[in-house]
Design a protein around this ligand. Structure first.
Ligand SMILES: NC(=O)c1ccc[n+]([C@@H]2O[C@H](COP(=O)([O-])OP(=O)(O)OC[C@H]3O[C@@H](n4cnc5c(N)ncnc54)[C@H](O)[C@@H]3O)[C@@H](O)[C@H]2O)c1
Length: 333
């Protein structure tokens, strides 16, 4: 079977790892990488022995040999790149969030339907072995009917300022992972959101209308409820946990521990903590891309669709609106 010639666009904190993973996947061939920063592109090209690099995304879209593109550039650039990908007939893997605003998301959804574009959105928690096991246990009925979702997503520190500027803010950038996985695990749609937040530490965020700590209370159309805490202030490490409470039990997902060791000294027992997302989700980032190339090869529907990307963005933007207005926002039916 022919390897799928692939381009990775955006080689920053996450795009670097996507490029590494593509270069290891048997059915894929990393043919070209693209970054606006030439030094970044050239360095990675050398490290992974990629045949070529460019600083102009059009070089990728005009190249008919490229069948698949991985978009991991800043969120504010997704719309233009997605449009070009759909118009040039490429299969697409796009990082979350799908786009930075809903008009863009709806227009991409329409275009991709017209062009029959295969597009997977990077909600990698669905591929993480722990979240995946939880989903299977919920579906097997082990905790009865899910009635409450609790999500905690705390970054060890704030991303660089340029990232914040183009990220859409904490609800669109961070909480969106929980909004997606909550829909998935609860098997229900969010019907309303009430959100709060403030800056606790990173005063530079005020310039962008952003905050570093937030809480969103969710109601689901199934009658269930939930809450999602997001933070950029977990100085101790990368802290991603969730709980689904059901009518007959509860499932806890995630742990703070990194390696499975305990260190015993006179001052007590310790273990190391997860430092960041590339470590916590190392398996998920690999599995989601393996699945992407499998479905491109078979021309199947991805496990995380553009519709999922749109739904999660709707919730995130409702949360941002609620935070800004102090009102509970009912989701459109
Ligand atoms: N799924 C996850 O866990 C996860 C984690 C981190 C980031 N992300 C998402 O990945 C995307 C990138 O985030 P990041 O943290 O890697 O950002 P980053 O700022 O570290 O890197 C972005 C890179 O894209 C390059 N770039 C800018 N405009 C470009 C363009 N038009 N074409 C090609 N390259 C361009 C920049 O030079 C930079 O190297 C964002 O959408 C973010 O939400 C997802």
């Amino acid at each position: 079977m022919n390897k799928i010639k692939t381009a990775v666009l955006g080689l920053g904190r996450l795009g670097y790892w996507h490029a590494v993973n593509v270069s290891k996947i048997r059915g894929a061939e990393l043919s070209i990488v693209c970054d606006m920063n030439e030094e970044t592109a050239a360095k990675l090209t050398q490290e992974l022995e990629v045949p070529s690099y460019t600083t102009n995304p059009d070089d990728v879209f005009q190249n008919d040999d490229i069948r698949a593109v991985i978009i991991s550039s800043p969120t504010s650039t997704h719309y233009e790149l997605l449009k070009k990908a759909a118009e040039s007939g490429k299969a697409v893997f796009v990082e979350k969030p799908l786009t930075i605003d809903l008009d863009e998301a709806y227009s991409i959804q329409k275009l991709m339907k017209e062009k029959n574009t295969l597009c997977q959105v990077g909600f990698m928690r669905r591929f993480d072995p722990a979240y995946d096991a939880a989903k299977k246990r919920i579906e097997a009925g082990d905790i009865g009917q899910p009635i409450y979702y609790r999500g905690i997503s705390r970054d060890a520190h704030a991303p660089h300022e340029a990232f914040i500027e183009h990220s859409g803010g904490i609800f669109v950038d961070v909480s969106i992972h929980d909004f997606d996985i909550a829909r998935y695990l609860m098997n229900a749609e969010v019907s309303s959101v009430a959100a709060h937040g403030r800056i606790l530490k990173h005063s530079f965020m005020e310039k962008y209308g952003d905050i570093d700590q937030s809480l969103a209370y969710l109601e689901f159309d199934s009658g269930a409820a939930g809450d999602v805490e997001s933070s950029r202030n977990a100085y101790y490490g990368y802290d991603i946990r969730a709980e689904v409470i059901g009518t007959e039990g509860s499932i806890f997902i995630g742990d703070l521990r990194h390696r499975n060791i305990h260190i015993l000294t006179k001052s007590g027992k310790t273990h190391d903590l997860l430092p960041d997302f590339p470590v916590r989700f190392v398996d998920a980032y690999t599995i989601e891309l393996e699945d992407f190339f499998r479905i491109v090869q078979l021309n199947e529907t991805p496990r995380v669709t553009v519709h999922d990307g749109v739904k999660a963005l709707e919730i995130a933007l409702a949360a941002r609106q609620s935070f800004q207005t102090g009102q509970k926002i009912n989701m459109a039916k």
